[in-house]
Ligand binder design. Structure first.
Ligand code: IDC
Length: 461
């Protein structure tokens, strides 16, 4: 660290960057920036930028990054408002991450282009204060940060569908257990370094489902902004060795074809951007409803090729009729899918349930379908289908026992502090920084955490 500081200081002097080290705007000073090049290619690179506030709490911050030369350009950045002036790149905190308590961190990321041999920055400041930190794609992660060795992605690598199962890099079936975000347009404050550290290390989750609503103030209102938010969450999951399901959260209207053009645009972008990653799974339509299986199949057969053209090897999950009930909620059944499957490989079908509403006849359908179709429970609740009401412990337990037995992966609705009984955290939790003590959990959160945090025993040969 001393060497790095000396290096940063020297570079700053040589490059005339003393302006970056102007008088502190925070009372007690201190910050740390971990700049990790996650991939590099001819003339370009992508980096995760973790900014930790070691000083007093700040309400608003500007990170400045000194690049080695002005020929290096910011191409794209996320989780902040990014700009560039000469060889200095600035990132300004957004509404949902502008407050950083002492010790709190914001996870940002950027894509850059460069002409020289070295894409790495030479200095950082936060609100004018010089930061310590690391600048290295190979720097060991912070203690407790996890790294990726021994994590779900570290062990299982790129997933694929084999028969009716999801298989890991050793071609062995795995069950992934994790949590779904709430709508990221409403609950972005719940998804930050501390909450994702808790999900990975304390909950020992394998998976984060990123629920990007399309309507209801979601994607359709700001396609570029939501695309970048999703990418930021993919990176945060990746940094912690978790898989990320990118959920195109269609709900109302229920016909996914209403959003076909948006889906093509969105998936072309996220698939191209995340093609090199091993942790991404695409879920192309959350809950088709009021629409035939034929219409859903037609949608899938138009969206999947767009994904494949950009990211050929990723698993894709297709929503099913009747709010992803395999048709059961519409009086149909899994046989319409078995008789007319989506014409694509490496895909799975979504099944959703809410334990207080969906019981034996739904479990029977899943039991039957599981030997014929690759299934993934990309969303379920312990409560009623409204997302509220009482938790049904007996039904939830029956469901999760069944999914464990069948090795069907699942994500619980929701990893949020929404004021509804399906939320895992008590209201107000996301205004603080404690996501791991038992006191912040709801009844549902307590039950689900106890199920998810048990050992995975992923097969490795
Ligand atoms: C619910 C949320 C609720 C929100 C509502 C409308 O819990 O806060 O107001 O959506 O968007 C689903 C959907 C999921 C629902 C959830 C609970 O995929 O978006 O979330 N649910 O109703 N399917 C069955 C239940």
């Amino acid at each position: 660290m001393k060497r790095l500081l000396a290096l940063l200081a020297t570079c700053a002097t040589i490059l005339g960057l003393t302006a970056l080290f102007s008088p502190p705007a925070m009372a007690a000073t201190g910050c740390k920036v971990d700049f990790t090049v996650t991939s590099q290619w001819q003339g370009g690179f992508q980096a995760g930028v973790k900014v930790t506030n070691l000083g007093d709490s700040v309400n608003g911050w500007t990170l400045k990054i000194a690049l080695p030369d002005a020929g290096q350009k910011l191409v794209q950045g996320w989780n902040a408002t990014w700009s560039q002036s000469g060889s200095t790149v600035s990132a300004v905190g957004l509404d949902w991450n502008r407050t950083l308590a002492t010790g709190a961190a914001a996870d940002l990321g950027m894509v850059g282009s460069f002409t020289g041999a070295n894409p790495k920055p030479t200095a950082f400041t936060l609100n004018g204060v010089a930061c310590t930190g690391t600048v290295d794609g190979t720097t060991p992660p912070d203690p407790g940060g996890g790294g990726t060795t021994g994590t779900p992605v570290g062990v299982n690598g790129q997933l694929h569908v084999c028969g009716v199962n999801l298989c890991n890099q050793y071609n062995r079936p795995v069950q992934l257990r994790g949590m779904s975000t709430h709508g990221i347009q409403w609950f972005s404050k719940c998804y930050n370094g501390a909450s994702l550290d808790a999900l990975a290390n304390n909950w020992k989750a394998d998976l984060l489902r990123v629920a990007m609503y399309v309507q209801e103030s979601g994607y359709e209102t700001d396609p570029a902004g939501f695309t970048s938010r999703v990418n930021g969450l993919v990176d945060m999951a990746e940094a912690r060795g978790m898989y990320a399901i990118i959920d195109f959260h269609t709900l109302t209207p229920g016909d996914p074809n209403f959003n076909l053009d948006r889906a093509k645009t969105f998936f072309a972008s996220v698939a191209a951007r995340n093609a090199g990653k091993k942790n991404v799974i695409y879920e192309i339509a959350n809950e088709p409803n009021g629409v035939s299986w034929a219409a859903i199949k037609s949608y899938a057969e138009q969206v999947i090729p767009v994904i494949r053209a950009n990211d050929p090897d990723a698993v894709v999950i297709v929503g099913t009729r009747g709010w992803s009930s395999l048709g059961v909620s519409d009086g149909s059944s899994e046989s319409e899918i078995i008789n007319s499957p989506v014409n694509a490989t490496n895909i799975m079908y979504a099944f959703h349930f809410y334990a207080a509403s969906h019981k034996d006849n739904y479990r029977a359908a899943v039991s039957r379908a599981a030997s014929r179709l690759p299934l993934f429970v990309t969303e379920f609740g312990t409560v009623s289908a409204t997302g509220g009401g009482s938790m049904d412990r007996a039904s939830t337990t029956a469901w999760l026992d069944l999914l464990d037995q069948l090795k069907i992966g699942y994500a619980n609705w929701t990893y949020s502090d929404a004021n509804e009984s399906s939320a895992a955290f008590r209201p107000g939790t996301c205004d603080g920084s404690d996501y791991s003590s038992s006191g912040v959990l709801t009844e549902s959160g307590t039950l689900i955490k106890s199920r998810i945090s048990t050992s995975d025993n992923f097969p490795t040969s």
